[in-house]
Design a protein. Sequence first.
Length: 501
Amino acid sequence: MTVLVNPTALSDHKVRDFQMLIGGKWEAGTAAPIERIAPSHGVLVSRVPGGTKADAERAILAARNAFDHGPWPRMTASERAAVLLKAADLIAARAEEIAFLDAIEAGKPISQVRGEIAGSVDIWRYAASLARNLHGESYNTLGDGTLGVVLREAIGVVSIITPWNFPFLIVAQKLPFALAAGCTTVVKPSELTSGSTVILGEILMEAGVPEGVVNIVTGTGPEVGAVMTTHPEVDMVSFTGSTGVGKLTMANAAQTLKKVSLELGGKNPQIVFPDCDLEAFIDAAVFGAYFNAGECCNAGSRLILHASIADEVVKRVAELSKKVRVGDPLDPTVQVGAIITPQHLDKISGYVAGAREKGADVAHGGEVLDLGMGQYMAPTILSGVKPDMAVAREEVFGPVLSVLTFETLDEAISIANSVDYGLSAGVWSRDFDTCLTIGRKVRAGTIWMNTFMDGASELPFGGFKQSGLGRELGRHAVEDYTETKTLNMHIGARTGWWAAR
Ligand code: NDP
């Protein structure tokens, strides 16, 4: 069994009506609004304008105008940093409002979202610090007649497209760095979770971001997002979402050779050796699998266990799974909230059914939960999973843990690397050589050693293989939003081509 926390009716919640931000003006839009039904409570909680292609085009032209003629790219880095720092303070001041919206639109536990907002504030401050450290290079080593200077210039207009699973945190991994570089932007949040991004727009206007520098167009991917990835006036696309739409984004952007940064899916393994601190690992297994209801690119959705400890580990992970509190995301004790949409819940339970048909066993959970309202899935452990099963290879994006086993270190590495993804991985062992060998040979952008899903603004994040392209966060994050330009300067008399013959 799992501990269930039934949601209570949202009787005093007023439906929030949001607008779009284009060229510094708030607009209600002309098309029918998009309504959001809370996945946890099944009631209408917010409406955003259904942005159109024409809205996206106007936003792109506003960003272009702000980049070509406005003050933002021309300010000193110190001035831009001051605006970013003020934005961080304003986010902190409105943290509860933002946390409530993300919890109710995405179905995420409120206590978890509070942590995400605090993390976002830290990222905005970190980006402000990087703004003032952005610099190029000079070469005074090219002989008496030459001085080389390599400038870093803001790349221009950036389209930022984000998913529903971490609505406020993911935009924080992109937007402050683009702004720090001096870029102007068009942002499209997921149609399911737009509220907190619109509030961010209010905050940025209040912080002093000039008009046209940040435009927020709500709406669907095929309508708004498609324009943002194809329009010739866009210089770069920064996308987080599914691998399928990531590929489409890259193909669209290729038509005008835009720079593309992609943060996509994952099928992340935790590789466990018998000499590890099992107590610590059991906790990390449950956390890795069920955090954000498994709707997490970094989810530790594959346990690759040494065969000698597999039975004991599965038993202990199942024991701890029984204590996980599932239900009302507004209850601060809840650890696993609702599933984003009924369709997505069907997809998750379809994966569980498919794995059972192929011979996997359900060691815990496996069922859809009825909590009287909304849609919920039980934390689920599937044992006896084989590396070729869909549940071991594809992103389930739900609270479903697949357990596989290995005999040798090489076999563990081979299973870990056998999928198309390469976002992150964990290794659990007290042996230094084991951890470092896994760290070097597993093809993933982040390797956690004796921990899982830790992070910091200073540490780059991104994927190998079909988990993405480029890295976010870390000290190079602002450089990603720049172009380099070489100034090759001649000093003194130049020996001409004709004269030198
Ligand atoms: P999607 O790829 O469906 O959507 C992501 C964004 O792209 C949304 O804003 C969506 O709009 C938009 N979009 C959809 N179609 C198009 C299009 N044709 N052109 C341009 N934009 C489009 O992903 P989800 O929202 O379902 O998010 C889940 C996925 O995100 C998972 O696969 C997960 O692994 C990945 N992810 C990766 C992370 C990472 O950093 N590696 C972090 C978090 C999530 P709309 O939905 O509003 O129509």
